[in-house]
Design a protein around this ligand. Structure first.
Ligand code: NPG
Length: 366
């Protein structure tokens, strides 16, 4: 049952649609995998960091350096995910780097144990309702065509990226074109300030499910102030990096909905704690996305299947992101994705695809 080696694999996989947000344009998914090789099993983790900092201060190259120099030395032949998280507390932040190692350890030991990640986390749903996140479009007719396409594919919920100058009009156009029964929300990725409160209040007219992260990641007080001026529920994403930050945000009224991403909070064990806190406080949660390949998507689906995840996720079908996914593709069935129910994360990379997208890999004996 001993872990013998850990491989860091860098791969590059083209995105079907270059995604533009208030941080910039992503045309490729430059991804880092953590691959654990043991006597009886293998485990896979996917680092969700993007090529450049922006969404948070982490980025793929930085995560790789952090994992190689400071996190892999914490892993011995018998290190479990729980022990790794305990020992890595001494290293502040670096949530996405830690989460990638934790995920690989969870996959490895759950395969040894013969248990699925979904069962381990306490999943109660066999499928997860998929929403779709749509980047900023300058042309409204083009945006309406994109929304129509996803609606035709069966997506139950649409999330529109917004930024100053690209907000009220596109939201109004989508609401008018698709009617009130379309579940619709917006994501600002911190593009606004408290001075924009009156402007943002115009969005209250469109019956949105939520407004995600309008202000800066560290501005919890500002979000609490803004929440008093809006009827649209505020949801935090970038601001929620741990159980403690989730507790503080809820205590001061900075949000009434939480977007949970295991990669942003340092792993699935912390993500479950945040879920459990939100259930206790009757705060709805949903699972955000980070353009994961099938490896990360499989694990995120197990998390999104917990009972408190009552709002549609950003976990869309593989073909929204990649022409060929690194695992068997996740496909939308009745607006939802099936939760993997076999041991570990339930998937593994297809060796031919992994070989084709791999840029470089490095193996470390444990
Ligand atoms: O479908 O996986 C996906 C992407 C969902 O919009 C999405 N992610 O802020 O949640 C976000 C957003 C994002 C993440 C944007 C990272 C930019 C970087």
């Amino acid at each position: 049952m001993t872990i013998r080696a850990i491989e860091l694999v860098r791969a590059s996989i083209d995105l079907v649609t270059p995604m533009r947000t208030s941080y910039g344009v992503n045309t490729q998914r430059d991804v880092l995998y953590v691959h654990i090789i043991g006597d009886e099993a293998e485990g896979w983790g996917e680092c969700v960091a993007l090529p450049e900092p922006g969404y948070t201060d982490e980025y793929v190259d930085g995560c790789e350096a952090m994992i190689r120099a400071h996190l892999l030395p914490l892993v011995s032949g018998s290190t479990t995910a729980e022990l790794f998280i305990h020992d890595s507390v001494a290293i502040p932040h670096n949530y996405m780097a830690k989460a990638a190692v934790e995920m690989a350890l969870l996959d490895y030991w759950l395969r040894v144990e013969g248990k699925s990640l979904a069962t381990f986390l306490g999943a109660t749903q066999e499928s997860v309702v998929s929403g779709v996140s749509i980047g900023i479009h300058d042309d409204i007719d083009e945006l309406l065509n994109v929304v129509a396409g996803f609606r035709a594919e069966g997506y139950a919920r649409v999330k529109l990226k917004i930024e100053p100058g690209n907000d009220i009009e596109p939201v109004r156009a989508v609401r008018n074109a698709f009617g009130d029964d379309l579940m619709l929300q917006v994501d600002a990725n911190s593009a606004y300030s408290l001075e924009d409160a009156e402007h943002l209040a115009q969005l209250d007219a469109f019956n949105l499910l939520l407004m995600e992260q309008p202000l800066a990641e560290d501005d919890l007080a500002g979000h609490a102030e803004l929440a008093k001026k809006l009827s649209t529920p505020l949801c935090l994403d970038e601001s929620i990096v741990s159980l403690e930050s989730a507790r503080t945000a809820l205590e001061i009224g900075a949000c009434s909905i939480v977007n949970i991403k295991a990669g942003r909070v340092g792993g699935f064990l912390e993500a479950k704690k945040i879920h459990d806190l939100c259930i206790e406080r009757e705060v709805p949660v949903w699972c955000g996305g980070m353009y994961e390949t099938g490896i990360g998507r499989a694990a995120a689906l197990a998390l999104a299947a917990l009972p408190g995840f009552t709002l549609p996720s950003d976990l869309s079908a593989s073909k929204k992101y990649f022409h060929v996914d690194v695992t068997e593709p996740f496909e939308l069935v009745n607006g939802a994705l099936a939760v993997p129910n076999t041991v570990g994360i339930g998937v593994a990379p297809k060796s031919d695809v992994l070989q084709r997208i791999t840029v470089r890999s490095e193996e470390f004996r444990v």
